[in-house]
Ligand binder design. Sequence first.
Ligand code: AMP
Length: 293
Amino acid sequence: MTLPALHRRAAELGRALARGSAGTGFVPTMGALHGGHLSLVARALRAHERVVVSVFVNPTQFGPREDFGAYPRALAGDRRLLGSLGAGRRLLLYAPEASDVYPAGFATAVAVGGAAGIRLEGEFRPGHLAGVATVVARLFALVRPRAAYFGLKDYQQYLVVRRLARDLFPGLRVVGCPTVREDDGLAMSSRNRYLDPVARMRAVALNRSLLAAAEAARGGERSVRRLRRAALKVLSRVPGLTVQYFDIADARTLEPLRILDRPARALTACVLKGTRLIDNLALEPGKGDARRA
Ligand code: AMP
């Protein structure tokens, strides 16, 4: 197995990328890689001669009382997992120190506006989306990819990054990739490692609540209040689970909706025994007869 070349400094990565032709695909991550991350890398490898995966636990996207210190770090295992994809020298791993991403004197912050930049995660994790936008902008500037691959698992983040790229990095394509789930439907996440076996079993409720809303929508329910109620009923049955939000919003802008009259997204954040989990699903307005069709 060929391990991906490991680069700790952007300057050195830049020299490696300058060899050969352009066409770099980029997959930014915080490491502790799982099947969701690997699906992004595999997708990028299908489209590009070279793919850079970054592993960087970005301090500026964590709040002071959040899990920056506890966040799993597993670089050697991540490198082996990437090596197992069999991409050889086409895959490069960029795992910088914080000082490479934020050198002394770094003083820029990027904030994305609009509902997608402000609501939901923006309300419950103040500073988080700005931290994401800033690090992604910086990484785009260092890696200079032709396309970057993001998971729809973090749907709001995907919308924020798409906006950021359109506004600041014209020509860079942001590709949204489907959420990879465990067999029972739980969205894969590095934070699932925090769950004890009981919490792990209960965590499937997020996906079930989203499916309840999607099913009601397919059945013709158009009232967002009633769709939410169907989803919250599922979540309310789970001991030890606190709902931070369950929202149904315009899929393009994340503006809140009252009636399901356009493509929409259901998004939820819940805390289960101290672990915060998020998930989301597309909601398509149905015609009322889908269950019989
Ligand atoms: P993270 O390491 O959690 O910051 O995630 C890095 C990238 O992987 C982001 O674009 C995430 O949306 C994506 N990702 C994380 N989990 C999944 C998943 N279960 N399915 C698809 N993409 C994912």
